[in-house]
Write a protein that binds this ligand. Structure first.
Ligand code: NAP
Length: 273
């Protein structure tokens, strides 16, 4: 066994792109990757000011970051974002597919537009960014000074890739799709020295789900679904992401890491069943 007994930051010199990094989980991941030594692209769609604030927070901590606007569901915008990243920093080593949203409605009231928008951003967006990243990883190959592999892709999914979710058929379907897309990409790319994994968060305090934890009553209901009896924080996801992006997880590919306080442990059965 070899130990990393230097004091070098674990991702020193690597270049990362985090989609949807202007808010919530993406912003925490971007800051954590920067603290671990990576340069980070802060992708956003509409929140230019919030993206700039993340860039400035990283710079204030001595890190390097730049904001790039791109709608991840638009092929031309994704291609332009990767071209700008590679032109500026030479290449890319880590992709975090995080951008996502909800457009909730009961099945019989859901419009085709609500279905399509969520699939386009949550699933097709991850496909477009993964394809662009993998093309660059493959043409560049392994750079041993940076990492044991040519690149890492981490897909932010959800516990709803396995827990059905009434009233959210578009969202749950998009995350189920992310799960199979991730495993298929991992199988296809492992021989080419690219690792692909997913993180499935449980309930994390971010703007996407404010209603679920904002009042004490709502939070008490939510905690019934979480054996650890606390709502997660964006940093819970960020710490797991740094590990999956580093060579410390070098033999890990094609897995989904559930960071959910036990939400996927069928908490309704905790008194027997
Ligand atoms: P959030 O705070 O609402 O942040 C969503 C981010 O996605 C924002 O930065 C937003 O950018 C970006 N985004 C939305 N549409 C985009 C597009 N078309 N192109 C590029 N970026 C776009 O949500 P969050 O809770 O951090 O969620 C992040 C990810 O975690 C999502 O994939 C979500 O499904 C997943 N997740 C969250 C939870 C949770 O409990 N919070 C649980 C499970 C999974 P702009 O602000 O610039 O539009």
């Amino acid at each position: 066994m070899t130990l990393n007994n230097t004091c070098e930051p674990i991702l020193k010199g690597q270049r990362a792109l985090v989609t949807g990094a202007s808010s919530g989980i993406g912003s925490a991941i971007a800051k954590a990757l920067a603290m671990a030594g990576a340069k980070v692209v802060i992708n956003y769609a509409g929140g230019a000011d919030r993206a700039q604030a993340v860039v400035e927070a990283i710079q204030a901590g001595g890190g390097e970051a730049m904001a790039i606007r791109a709608d991840v569901s638009r092929e031309d915008e994704v291609e332009a974002m990767f071209a700008q990243t590679i032109a500026t920093w030479g290449s890319i080593d880590i992709l975090i597919n995080n951008a996502g949203l909800q457009k909730d409605a009961p099945l019989v009231e859901m419009s085709l537009a609500e279905w399509q928008k969520v699939l386009d951003i949550n699933l097709t967006g991850q496909f477009l960014c993964s394809r662009a990243a993998a093309r660059e990883f493959l043409q560049r190959g392994v750079v041993p000074e940076l990492s044991n592999v040519a690149g890492k892709i981490i897909c932010i999914s959800s516990v709803h890739d396995i827990i059905p979710w009434a009233g959210h058929v578009n969202y749950a379907t998009s995350k189920g799709g992310v799960s199979m897309m991730m495993k298929t990409m991992a199988q296809e790319l492992a021989p080419r020295r690219i690792r692909v994994n997913a993180i499935s968060p449980g309930a994390i305090k971010t703007p996407i789900n404010t209603a679920a934890w904002m009042t004490p009553e709502a939070e008490a209901e939510l905690l019934k679904l979480i054996p650890a009896r606390r709502v997660g924080e964006p940093d819970d996801i960020a710490r797991a992401t740094v590990w999956l992006a580093s060579d410390d997880s070098d033999y890990v590919t094609g897995v989904t890491l559930y960071v959910d306080g036990g939400m996927t442990l069928y908490p309704g059965f905790d008194q027997g069943g």
